[in-house]
Structure formats: structure tokens, C-alpha cells
Write a new protein. Structure first.
Length: 89
């Protein structure tokens, strides 16, 4: 849970650094992540892999962000951490 809340905090802090009021940034961040989770639940007939594909417009912001995070090995780090947790137990 701490890693999830840290991600939310980082997102909110970024918004604040761009001039958004702290409370508004935190409220927006909470609502954004809730909406994304609810969307995944509401689209439960689609696989998560399919949702990744459907959520991108070629050349759009979502595709750009995903590609940048992949380039920076964000998801490889996530897998490494998950593997270390699995080995721990």
C-alpha cells in the first residue's frame, strides 16, 4: 500500500509544483486513480492486456507515457521487486 500511496503523493506533488492548490491536487489525484480502477472493473470482460491497447491513441499522451516508462525500465523494476517479494515468502 505504501508504494501505491507514494505514487499518488508524487502525482499530487507534481500537480502542486505546476501551480495547482495542494488540496485540489490531492482530491484530483484520488479521484483520478479511483476512476481508473473503476473503469478496469467496469470493463471486466476485457483482459488487462486489451485495456492497455484500447487506452492508447497512436501518438497520443497515453501511448507516450507508457513508452517513456518502458524506456526507463519502470516496469522491469516493478517485476524485480515483485520477484524479490515472492522469494521472501
Amino acid at each position: 500500500m505504501a508504494s501505491f500511496y507514494f505514487l499518488l503523493n508524487q502525482t499530487s506533488n507534481w500537480l502542486t509544483s505546476k501551480g495547482i492548490n495542494k488540496k485540489d491536487a490531492e482530491d484530483y489525484t484520488r479521484e483520478l486513480f479511483l476512476a481508473l480502477s473503476e473503469d478496469a472493473i467496469n470493463k471486466n470482460k476485457s483482459s488487462l492486456k486489451q485495456l492497455v491497447l484500447e487506452s492508447q491513441t497512436p501518438g497520443g499522451t497515453n501511448a507516450y507515457v507508457l513508452n517513456q516508462l518502458k524506456k526507463k525500465k519502470f516496469y522491469k523494476v516493478q517485476q524485480t521487486v515483485l520477484n524479490s517479494i515472492f522469494k521472501k515468502f
